[in-house]
Write a protein that binds this ligand. Sequence first.
Ligand code: ARG
Length: 588
Amino acid sequence: MPTFRQLLTQKLRDAIGKADITVPDGITIEVVIASDERFGDYQSNAAMMVAKAARMNPRQLADAIVTAFDGSCFCEMPTIAGPGFLNFRLTPETLAASVSSQLADGMLGVPSVADPKRIVIDFSAPNVAKPMHVGHIRSTFIGDALARIARYVGHQVITDNHVGDWGTQFGMILHGWKTRLDQAALRKDAIHELVRVYRDVNAATKADEAVLETCKAELVKLQAGDEENLKIWRECVQLTLDQLHGIYARLGVTFDHYLGESFYNDSLTPLVKDLLEKNIAVISDGAVCVFSDGSRKPEQDPFLINRGGEWVPAPCLVRKSDGGFLYSTTDLATIDHRVRQFTADEIWYVVGAPQQLHFRQVFEVSQRRGHATRMEHIAFGSILGPDGKMFKTRSGESVGLLEVLEEAVERAAVVVAERDLPDNDKSKIAEVIGIGAVKYAELSQHRMTDYKFSWDKMLSLQGNTAPYLINAYVRIRSIFRKLDSGGGCPHTPSPSSVAITEDAERKLALKLSQFGEIVHDVLSDFRPNLLAQYLFELADTFHGFYEACPVLRSEGLTRHSRLVLCELTSRVLQTGLGLLGIQTTERM
Ligand code: ARG
């Protein structure tokens, strides 16, 4: 089902052709959602853009376009505003037909992509035996939402959790495991205990040089394949994964693969050899590095950084002088695997902004190795506490995902406890609302914003929050419950014969139709917050409609049409929240 934006853009292009207007190169003729609904539903600055490039009078050009425009019964005659804006208004018949077909469409009016791609999405990727930080929380929610949306529009998505299961932290963990592990605590909460051990040993290394040396020796033994250390390492990874699976299940997040860093261990030596053979990397001070090849402007060259006004080399290290491999080496091997084994057309990395240079370098090295795959670093900012400083939990520690979820559900339970609901439903509802609230607080922000984490705000029933949106859904479902208990009426109204007459109905129908446009907009710049904002506006528009237009107290075609609008709104809310990874509940 094409969207209104696509249909109007086509009509506008046809009119421009019919009026014999030549569009200069570099100008795209497009129609967008109107910025001010008083002037129309959609608008275009095409006449102004063309006029400017061709040195013509924009209003005259706009006049010619309007004369040639064939709106038929689809939209009214376009109007011209200001210096030459074209405004379009859809007819009530068009809106009514759109509501019907959207409800009948399994995709709710979201067109599928014309050229589906195979996309590997790399997100979450916490580190074994190191604290999971807020960056992993953001990555998990954004990555999951993007995966759901990309799948929905028809891409073939492969999610891969590149868990940090092979790093220098294991030196400390091995030493700590052997000397200060609390078995009972480990069985209770493995991640927590491993992090405690890591922190403990880390502190000890600062106080005592000898401890640091012991840790280093343990790491060397592990890397050399020592049986005992490998066994401990395997157990740490397994315990962490077991616990992660539980957290992801609670979040409704799934991965097709868990190919952690260690999976690539055997590929690193041949990879570095290949880089050297192809002269992509060179040996410098005993280390293997990739330098700038001078093919780019310094500003765009990932192997140069500006220090005090001067461009100096910032090589990408792939093997240290002691023979050890690095994070970059593993990522290069990972790209090979994704390109060759997964035949990926695109790879998306949902990782915090501080790793920007790392990805620019790795992408560039991969290009030099001949990979044509599109690679995107989808970066994000930090989460701040209510005081504007780094976010901490109640107990004052840096935040782990599990603690956040537990506190969110606990707080949601307090809200739910006051409501008139069957007792056995309450904990399920608190879970949906608590987890939904945390996810939505994340996904409603532009990903690059450093946003403040506020329990009160995210759990509020008012404002741009998950509880508000879930509540809007619940209210609509309650209309249908009343209807059902009245007897005789079908639960789902048939999408046929809808009439749009009132202004509030028109606004709601238009908003609903834009779902298909917004879902695609999210992917053009990886911004789930556009969908969140849309759902919030939809809920608002629905409330305006519900106040202005009685549903159950109306009759005949009016009542039927309004029930269709209600049904469609609830489905778009539920599906839209679902694309953000947020569940709904029938009551709250
Ligand atoms: N484990 C890394 C970290 O915590 C994130 C990994 C992201 N993915 C990747 N392919 N580098 O920072």
